[in-house]
Design a protein around this ligand. Sequence first.
Ligand code: NAD
Ligand code: UDP
Length: 316
Amino acid sequence: MPASPTRNLVTGGAGFVGSHLVDRLMEAGEEVLCLDNYFTGRKENIARWIGHPRFELIRHDVTEPIRLEVDHIWHLACPASPIHYQHNPIKTAKTSFLGTANMLGLARRVGARLLLASTSEVYGDPEVHPQPESYRGSVNTHGIRACYDEGKRVAETLCFDYQRVHGVEIRVARIFNTYGPRMLPDDGRVVSNFIVQALRGEPLTLYGEGAQTRSFCYVDDLVEGLVRLMNGAHPGPINIGNPGEFTIRQLAELVRAAINPSLPFTTQPLPQDDPLQRQPVIDLARTELGWEPTIPLQQGLESTIADFRARLEVAP
Ligand code: NAD
Ligand code: UDP
């Protein structure tokens, strides 16, 4: 008898990263339960799989427990953009804490392996640059980003305590800024903001002087890293990100050059606690997972821009 396909639960599966992961697992012939409360996720993102015998969609909020039979839990449910996670910060903290506790409880009960989508935000506004996994971070516990940053920090803590206390198999990915097709036009993160503004012929909004840096990873590279982490032996935390570091102004210049070089920039105040710099050290991912990103920013921007053009119906 052929081995039965792996049963995957993808929480946040209708979101940006989650829907790309769902595609990858479905294309590999696995079973997928996609769970989402549609706060920032959209059914359109996974519409192509609805009705497929290996696919099931569950409307559920991870802050409530759920009983399912699965082998792998990919725990991504959590808003990731500052405007969305700050919209209801108490709910965001609950989603990280209660949501992760519920998913770890499920993993324990059914003997599943759980991968947590943690974040580079656990490093806060880092005093160490670039950031290795050994850096313990500099997070303002009571600032406006804390609901997300501290939420993910306690989610990591829960994972390692469930591993130590109950023997749950865990994998923790520290994901750095990721971009690609399917980001929401009103997502509020920088790549989608700049692309939407440029396609609409509006000025690109630099917060502060745009001198702060980020390192942008294309979503296909991230998904490859997550799959290798889940199927590998190292529990993490492991940084998954692209070490190519850019100022926000450089990003704006790249997007403008690709869409409309005559557009102006405009500045807006830098949000509170906005990290000054961020760049992953990915030595651990290289040695433990044999992973590194393959898609440079300019190339990834091209396909992201094409996707936004199609969705916004802007002629090339
Ligand atoms: P996203 O907002 O597009 O997706 C999050 C998904 O989770 C959405 O579908 C949303 O509806 C769902 N969700 C939110 N709260 C929920 C709840 N309480 N119950 C059930 N579903 C819920 O964000 P994304 O960029 O796809 O991020 C996915 C994961 O990766 C998040 O955990 C995020 O923290 C992490 N991450 C993303 C990035 C990035 O740059 N994209 C960076 C670091 C970490
Ligand atoms: N940013 C910007 N203009 C925008 C949106 C964001 O200059 O329209 C800046 C933001 O201040 C931050 C960086 O871009 O310094 C990345 O912001 P994003 O929200 O994408 O991610 P995060 O701050 O969570 O890394």
